[in-house]
Design a protein. Structure first.
Length: 469
C-alpha cells in the first residue's frame, strides 16, 4: 500500500495518490494531470478510479481531463449531478484498489454531495479517511457555500454537517489517519491547523467541532459564527467542476503567445484585458505598466487572483519574470482563470527599452515614516486580515482588508497623502496597484509592513492572542 499526499501550498490543497498491487486511485486531483500520469507510468500501474469528494469551489479539479487521458471513471458521492459521465456512488458502496478497499461515506453539510472516503487495508482494518472539506484539521468545512444551490440556509447545512460528523466519522477508531482536502490558508474553513495529516483521535481531542458534549445548537452557532463572505470566484469554479472545462493544454497554448511591447499595448487596448504583473513586489514598486495590477507569484498568488479579479472570464495579459510564463498560466488555470491571451516578451525591461510609459509606487521604510505616524500627521491604512488586525495594530490605523478593498474604495482619501501597510509588504503592494488603477496616486507604501513598523517603534495596541478572538 502506497499513499502519497500531493500538497500544493499556494492553494493549501491536498490531492492523494493511492496505489496497491498495480492499481491506483486519485482523490481530488489538480487541473494539470500529467504528473499523475507520469507517476503511474513509473510505478507500472494503472489509474483505476478518480474520486471527487465534492464540487470544489476554490480550485478547478483535474478529474475531467484525467479521466479522458487515463480512461479511469470519475466517482462522486450521492446527490452529485454533473454534466459529464460519472459513477454516482451509493452510501457505503465499496471500490477495490488492488488489495485495498475504498468505502463511500456520504457526509453532507459542507455541500449536499460532500463525501468522505474510508480506506480499508488488505487485512480489513480501517486505515484512513480522505475527508475532503467535511473535516479539516482543527476545523470543519464552512456550510455557507452551497446554500443557494441547495435552497437551504447555512444553519440548515451546519445542522446536517453536525449529523454527518457524529454518525459517520466520530464513531471511527481513534488511530485512523485523517487526510483533508485543505490546510491553513484555505478560504473553505475558518481556522485550520498548519499540519496536513493527523489522527482522528487527536482531532476528537482538540478540534472544537468534534467535542463529545457539544449540542447541535452549539455546533451550528460556532461553525457559522464569524464567516466572511466567500470569494466571488467560488461559484464559477463550482460550475466548471460540475459542467466541465477546457483542456489545460489548450489554455497553455493560447496564453503562451509572446507579444512585443507594441503588440502587447495594442492587445491591451483592443481586448480590454487586465494587465497582471506577477513579478516580485520590489520590482513592481520600482516600475510597472500604468494601471497594471500586481499579484506576485511569490505569495498566495492564485487565491488573491480569485478574490480580487473575481471574473474567471476576464481576458488577461501577463508581465512575468523571464521563464515564468507557463507557471503563471498554469497557476491561473488552477482557479479557473483561463483567459490569458499572451505575455510581454522580454518582460518589463523590454517595455522600458521600447520607450513606453511607465509608473511606480512611492515606498518608504518603516524608520522613515514612524515619526509621522506617531505624530498622527498622515492617515494609515492596514490591509491585513481581520484577525491579524484585531490581534495587534498601529494605533488609530484604518482597517480595510485586502479581500474587501474593491468594495470600500471610498474610504481612501483622494485629496491627501496616506500610508498603506500589511504584515510584510506583499499585500500592501497589491492594494497600492488596485488603488492606483482606480486613480488614487497619493499613496505611500510602507516597506516591510507591520513587522517593520513595530520594530521601528510605531505605537501599537497591546497584543491579543488570535485564538482568543
Amino acid at each position: 500500500m502506497n499513499i502519497e499526499q500531493i500538497y500544493t501550498g499556494c492553494l493549501a490543497q491536498g490531492a492523494y495518490y493511492i496505489e496497491s498491487d498495480g492499481e491506483i486511485a486519485i482523490i481530488d486531483p489538480l487541473r494539470e494531470v500529467q504528473p499523475y500520469l507520469d507517476r503511474a507510468e513509473r510505478d507500472n500501474a494503472k489509474i483505476k478510479y478518480i474520486f471527487e469528494t465534492h464540487f470544489h469551489a476554490d480550485f478547478v479539479s483535474g478529474h475531467v481531463t484525467l479521466s479522458k487521458q487515463s480512461g479511469a471513471p470519475i466517482v462522486f458521492g450521492p446527490n452529485a449531478n454533473p454534466s459529464f459521465e460519472t459513477i454516482i456512488a451509493k452510501d457505503e458502496q465499496e471500490f477495490k484498489i488492488g488489495k485495498l478497499t475504498i468505502i463511500v461515506l456520504h457526509t453532507p453539510g459542507h455541500t449536499m454531495e460532500s463525501t468522505t472516503y474510508l480506506l480499508r487495508d488488505e487485512n480489513g482494518k480501517d486505515h484512513a479517511i480522505f475527508s475532503g472539506d467535511t473535516l479539516f484539521l482543527g476545523d470543519v468545512g464552512r456550510p455557507d457555500l452551497a446554500q443557494k444551490a441547495a435552497d437551504m440556509t447555512q444553519e440548515d447545512l451546519a445542522g446536517i454537517l453536525f449529523d454527518s460528523l457524529r454518525t459517520k466519522i466520530m464513531p471511527l477508531a481513534d488511530d485512523i489517519i485523517v487526510y483533508p482536502a485543505h490546510g491553513a490558508g484555505s478560504a473553505c474553513g475558518k481556522n485550520m491547523m498548519k499540519e496536513t495529516v493527523d489522527t482522528l483521535g487527536n482531532q476528537k481531542k482538540m478540534n472544537y467541532a468534534l467535542r463529545a458534549d457539544m449540542t447541535k445548537q452549539e455546533f451550528v452557532k460556532e461553525v457559522t459564527d464569524g464567516l466572511l463572505p466567500p470569494p466571488k470566484y467560488f461559484p464559477l469554479n463550482v460550475k466548471m467542476n460540475k459542467e466541465g472545462y477546457e483542456d489545460i493544454a489548450d489554455v497553455l497554448h493560447r496564453g503562451s503567445t509572446a507579444l512585443s511591447p507594441t503588440e502587447f499595448e495594442i492587445a491591451a487596448n483592443e481586448s480590454g484585458a487586465l494587465v497582471l504583473d506577477v513579478r516580485h513586489q520590489h520590482d513592481f514598486v520600482k516600475g510597472h505598466i500604468p494601471r497594471s495590477i500586481f499579484i506576485g507569484l511569490n505569495g498566495d498568488f492564485a487565491p488573491w487572483v480569485g478574490a480580487l479579479i473575481a471574473d474567471v472570464k476576464q481576458p488577461i495579459l501577463l508581465v512575468t519574470p523571464e521563464g515564468k510564463e507557463e507557471e503563471t498560466i498554469t497557476r491561473l488555470s488552477r482557479v479557473g482563470f483561463d483567459g490569458t491571451i499572451g505575455y510581454l516578451k522580454g518582460g518589463f525591461e523590454a517595455w522600458t527599452i521600447a520607450g513606453k510609459e511607465s509608473d511606480g509606487i512611492t515606498s518608504l521604510s518603516a524608520e522613515e515614516v514612524t515619526p509621522k505616524i506617531n505624530a498622527k500627521e498622515i492617515p494609515v491604512f492596514d490591509v491585513r486580515k481581520e484577525g491579524e488586525y484585531q490581534s495587534e495594530y498601529v494605533i488609530d490605523a484604518n482597517h480595510t482588508p485586502l479581500s474587501m478593498l474593491n468594495d470600500h474604495l471610498a474610504k481612501f482619501p483622494k485629496d491627501k497623502t496616506f500610508y498603506l501597510h500589511c504584515a510584510g509588504g506583499y499585500r500592501s503592494v497589491i492594494a497600492a496597484s488596485i488603488l492606483k488603477s482606480r486613480g488614487y496616486h497619493n499613496l505611500i507604501d510602507i516597506a516591510g509592513g507591520f513587522g517593520a513598523l513595530k520594530k521601528a517603534g510605531a505605537e501599537v495596541t497591546d497584543w491579543v492572542c488570535p485564538s482568543t478572538l
